[in-house]
Ligand binder design. Structure first.
Ligand code: ADP
Length: 580
């Protein structure tokens, strides 16, 4: 039963009980009032009758008949022995046959106290009567009337009262309905608002003139505002953490208690080889290698795994993970391939440096010992040996210079000085200084720079150093009679300066490593021509520090083209150089 029905039924019951009680009380009080009134009237009539009663008892019967006719009441004259001497309601001849009335309470009271009354069914006339008796001389005069008159008055009054009660009931019912609606309308509206909140839609709050309900509406509104604020905070916290997880270099994977993946950030997808929108299998099937699956199984079984090394598509990855209290799991994948590569580079570098230093040092030591061992005496040999020693010492010098330069660039201590550089004049001056090296080897050195090439913002000294290195290499690795062309071209945002030779070229398999430190295609030949194996590494670092790059196109036996590609407007902070 809803609120309105309950309110309606409750009110109706209360009104019915109240009206019923009221009717009962009214009836009994009305009845006793009218009876009392009737009794008083009878008393008055009885006294009047005593006075109107003739002296001669033979006329009493007549007198009571007259009184009856005049008043409609029943008159009885009873002597002190209880014998009825006159009775208005029976024929005169029947009077002597009326039973003795001495036992009637009103008669006894009147004989004793002067007045008495009673109500009962009459033995004489057989109806419910009210009697009042008054002492008159030695006997009593009794006046009676039927109570049915009282009943008639009471029931007439009751009927009107009942009609009024019925009307009151209808009015109460209507008012109860209205009040119920008035009460429930805002409550229904609050219920709808609460449902809207639950469904995440904007709620509409009602107003109520009833203070208690208005207070309830206010409380729900406050609750909604609080909740909305909390949700907003939670949402922004969530998106912050989602953005954080998405931006993490480490792969992060979170699963629910059933092993289904609920979060996998872009780094995790990349490491696992899945696209951003590709569906991921459940955790136990996520990894393909046994190593990784064992680690995952251990986490599912409730163990924490710390930095276990696994292979993912050739990448070295450290897998860490732990189960969460609710049975969920959290995995972190840390790609250490670059670290491993750098470790290898560092190890190779140390080995290479040692090797590169050892060769000239061994030569210096050897020739110095030979000289000390007596070769000094021989001026012809000693001259030659000392020249070799000087050559190796110079080589050591070049090597340490290049190493220092590399380490300064890597440490960020070698900063470019940016100015407007005019490419034709820069290329012209470098080519001029190289001519004396090309000419003895009968190598032609030509320049093809368009006049309209725009000036670029760069470091002229660094560019000259790189270009010098590329031209020197081209001269070194081109046979006598070859040709070298230095050229430039302009793109939309870039300017390219290239050095093309028709020399020995670089085999395909070496092209990817040519910029590594100490990498040479032919180490013996490189050393022979005085190279340190660091020239291209330095060139690459310098160009990258200027915001550019070096490209290589080459074919073994046919020649090579090294191209310096530079932005016309370099960024203020050149990107960090890559370690190679
Ligand atoms: P190096 O001091 O040995 O010249 P670089 O770093 O300048 O050291 O060059 C690395 C290697 O790249 C060289 O040893 C050589 O094998 C190869 N190389 C460089 N430039 C050329 C070129 N123009 N033609 C053929 N090979 C080249």
């Amino acid at each position: 039963m809803n609120f309105v029905a309950r309110h309606f039924t409750g009110t109706l019951l209360v009104v019915i009980v109240a009206l019923g009680t009221l009717l009962l009380l009214a009836e009994s009080s009305l009845r006793s009032d009218i009876e009392e009134q009737t009794r008083e009237n009878l008393m008055r009539e009885a006294r009047l009758a005593v006075r109107a009663l003739p002296r001669d008892s033979l006329n009493w019967q007549n007198a009571v008949m007259v009184l009856h006719e005049e008043t409609g009441l029943r008159f009885t004259v009873i002597d002190s022995s209880g014998r009825v001497r006159a009775e208005s309601d029976v024929a005169p001849q029947s009077v002597p046959g009326i039973e003795n009335h001495s036992d009637r309470p009103e008669v006894q009271a009147a004989l004793r106290d002067g007045i008495g009354s009673a109500r009962r069914r009459s033995a004489t006339v057989g109806q419910l009567d009210i009697y009042v008796a008054v002492r008159a001389g030695p006997g009593v005069v009794r006046v009676a009337t039927a109570l049915s008159r009282v009943d008639a008055i009471v029931s007439t009054t009751e009927r009107s009262l009942f009609g009024a009660a019925l009307l009151a009931l209808v009015v109460a019912a209507a008012l109860s309905l209205l009040a119920g609606r008035h009460l429930t309308q805002p409550i229904t509206a609050i219920t709808q608002a609460a449902r809207a909140i639950a469904q995440g839609q904007p709620p509409r709050f009602p107003h109520s003139s009833i203070p208690d309900i208005e207070a309830l509406i206010g409380a729900v509104r406050d609750m909604h505002e609080q909740l909305a604020r909390r949700f907003e905070e939670l949402r922004s916290e969530r998106s912050e953490s989602a953005a954080l997880v998405a931006a993490m270099v480490e792969g992060v994977i979170a699963t629910d208690a059933r092993g289904r993946i609920i979060t996998a950030n872009p780094a995790a997808r990349r490491l696992l080889g899945y696209g951003m929108s590709q569906p991921l299998p459940d955790l136990p099937q996520l990894f393909r290698t046994k190593q990784a699956r064992d680690a995952v199984q251990a986490i599912i079984d409730g163990e924490s795994v710390v930095e276990r090394q696994i292979e993912l598509d050739g990448a070295a990855v450290l897998l860490s993970g732990r189960p969460l209290p609710g049975g969920e799991t959290l995995l972190v994948l840390h790609d250490v391939s670059e670290l491993r590569r750098l470790e290898t580079v560092r190890r190779d570098f140390v080995a290479n440096v040692s090797h590169e230093l050892k060769t000239p040092l061994t030569a210096i030591q050897g020739f110095a010992e030979t000289l000390l061992g007596g070769a000094l005496e021989d001026p012809k040999h000693s001259q030659r040996f000392l020249e070799i020693i000087r050559e190796h010492a110079m080589r050591l010098g070049r090597l340490t210079d290049d190493l220092l330069k590399l380490s300064r660039i890597e440490a960020g201590k070698h900063e470019p000085q940016l100015h407007l550089v005019r490419v034709p004049s820069l290329v012209g001056s470098v080519v001029e200084t190289s001519r004396f090296k090309a000419e003895p080897r009968n190598i032609s050195l030509t320049v093809a720079i368009p006049e309209d090439i725009p000036p670029i913002e760069s470091d002229a000294d660094w560019l000259a150093e790189v270009l010098q290195n590329l031209i020197d290499n081209a001269i070194q690795y081109t046979s006598s009679g070859g040709a070298i062309r230095v050229w430039a071209s302009t793109g939309e945002d870039e300017v390219s300066i290239g050095v093309t030779d028709n020399g020995i070229g670089i085999p395909l398999e070496s092209q990817g490593r040519i910029f590594e430190r100490f990498y040479r295609v032919d180490a013996a030949r490189s050393r022979e021509v005085g190279g340190t194996g660091l020239g291209l590494a330095i060139a690459k670092h310098l160009v990258e520090s200027l915001g550019g790059r070096i490209e290589l196109e080459s074919e073994a036996g046919k020649g090579s083209t090294f191209t310096i590609v530079l932005p016309r407007q370099p960024q203020l902070h050149p990107r960090p150089v890559s370690v190679a």
